[in-house]
Design a protein around this ligand. Sequence first.
Ligand code: NAP
Length: 476
Amino acid sequence: MPLPEYPMIIGGAEHRSDTPLTVAVPYDGQPFATVYAAGQPHLQMAVEAAKKAAPLMREMTRAERAAILLRAHALLGERRELFARTIASESGKPLREAHTEVERALTTLFFSAEEAHRLAGEEVPMDAAPAGAGRMAMFIREPLGVIAAITPFNFPLNLSMHKIGPALAAGNAVIHKPASATPVTAILLARLFLEAGLPPGALNVVTGPGGSIGDFLVEHPDVRMITFTGSADVGTRIRARAGMKRVTLELGNNSAVIVCEDADLEDAVARCVPGAYANSGQVCISVQRIFVGEAVHGEFVERFSEAARALPIGHPLDENAAVTSLITEAEAQRVVSWIGEAVGAGAKLVSGGGRQRATVQPAVLADVPRDARIFCQEAFGPVAGINRFRALDEAIEAVNDSPYGLQASIFTSDIGKAFRAARCVHVGGFLINDVPQLRVDQMPYGGVKMSGMGREGPRYAIEEMTEIKLISWRVS
Ligand code: NAP
């Protein structure tokens, strides 16, 4: 039986190319859809379509933009099951996590609609300076025009929504390039927005290999902004090629947690285990490095590994599976080889770490050398390394010993320790008595150092996706 086809969406119409691509379930390699690789003519067509739609988006009232987003919200609510099953199939994440992603995407879309209503500038107090006397001024926020959104495979719906929702709310047109592994969710989403009344061309989806499509969009003079979520390597390349364009980069991390001796250990374990192994650790804020107070290190390792061993492994569409596969077998091989390298350098493999095809058993390492790649680089797999510390400042120094700085956290019952760590850890977000993997979709979210630049969360993304124009008038 032929596979269902998902042509690109450009200018509101479906487009195929001469190069079909098969999308498969990463867990078992089962093909489930056909998409098409965009050639240069498709990319040029997408830019033209977005340029044509941009003035329509800009001229719409806030109420009209919000109404489209709310209609899309209602349609997504009706299609929860379709989206969850599509996400689970193409990204390979467990179905129950795919359902959570759909609920989060609904929240992101709802907050984007609210921000469309709220979008405003402010009065500028001109006469606070002598040169401003007799003048009144305000600034308004104007859309940029055409925005390219490039997204990763690990949250194909919600991370796309974090770009598309705010961009449309602010009156922009979008060209979306989803990850090659997960294009179907993006195409379903574009169809849904068209049904919700979005003008054709206001959201275009081009599929195919990131290198050539990415370079075209990043360098095209009519694309005003690149909003990118993905690896630090690709983000660095985009930043280098983008020239004067606006760029938002949401990149990787090797997230750290400090567990103090005065923490509620049961609670810390209960949060750190899903924090480390959800989506097989393929989450940019996955718990990767855990620093535990010396006196409770042994007990923490024991409780943590017991809980990790109990996680059911299975097919992404199996309702009970908590751990499924990585996105490719090559990624699983990389993770296992990094575990082996750490063990060779003196780390203790407490449990897990076996591999079958693209699936890696949740791995627990203890006393990991700081320069082992599984610790000092982004692991992006189901692995947690649990080290020990004596003094809080030693733990803070270890957390900061990273090229990344997205989110980190501490578990403690001492408010003084919590706020000392919050002030001294160099990250974009710091969580107290939670895991760094916590993201609530309206909060300002983004990293420092190699974790990127700019913030997401609809309100903050809109600030990045608009430009300020000052209007001053002489009143006397
Ligand atoms: P990736 O390999 O960097 O790919 C991300 C996107 O960039 C894909 O659509 C990819 O297309 C495209 N791309 C590839 N080469 C490109 C180029 N030269 N120019 C422009 N775009 C290009 O990342 P991934 O493996 O999909 O996702 C995992 C990474 O994303 C991890 O590092 C993770 O930490 C990060 N991430 C960060 C956040 C955050 O919010 N900070 C959230 C989720 C994930 P192809 O798929 O066709 O190659």
